[in-house]
Design a protein around this ligand. Sequence first.
Ligand SMILES: Cc1cc2nc3c(=O)[nH]c(=O)nc-3n(C[C@H](O)[C@H](O)[C@H](O)COP(=O)(O)O)c2cc1C
Length: 209
Amino acid sequence: MKDLRQNYTLGSLLEENLPSSPFDLFQAWFEEAMSSDKILEPNAMVLSTCADNKVDSRIVLLKDLREKQFVFYSNYTSHKGTQLEKNPHCNLLFPWVELQRQIIIRGEAAKVSESESIEYFASRPVSSQLGAWVSEQSKPVSSRMDLESRLEKLTTFYSTNKLTKPENWGGYEVTPLQIEFWQGRENRLHDRIVYSYENNEWKISRLQP
Ligand SMILES: Cc1cc2nc3c(=O)[nH]c(=O)nc-3n(C[C@H](O)[C@H](O)[C@H](O)COP(=O)(O)O)c2cc1C
């Protein structure tokens, strides 16, 4: 490990090229991540939560980028759901290491409207819809067999009943207070540009690497 070392030379992030909105820069970087054949799931991001003085992290998928919010879907009674209920402050981190880039979004999460969750749930493949019913996410289960037999029962039940969204499943929208863009540079003099939302506008600053 001590000898694993990359030189970062793929790009730069300079003040003269920055858009005034971090969403525009996010969109541009996201499109580059999508068109890169090195990144399998460009919309995978690490969601970190903090409740009861404990920090937790896991990957979730970005499913919508609104004008001012980042949206993902999950189970409201999972660990992350109960943590966000206690403390909506959270971070989203895109680790686009292959592009020598990282984006950190620091913000606050809120549930999306029920109608939006219903609409997105209905657009998912039936297998994913059933999965949401089978899994009491983050709760212990006695065995894998238990989960598989639950799936079998629910598949039979829903072959003749309408599959609706579970009540405890839905979306979160994260409204950023700060977005940091990191571009690896030579000699470890990386570019770190932070957009902070203050007094209804985005302020741009550069941090030391
Ligand atoms: C590539 C990838 C994508 C994932 N996407 C989601 C997702 O969109 N929503 C979700 O609830 N869990 C997703 N997971 C599973 C979570 O990482 C996590 O295991 C699960 O949500 C339970 O987290 P919790 O117990 O902290 O609430 C994904 C995992 C991976 C590796």
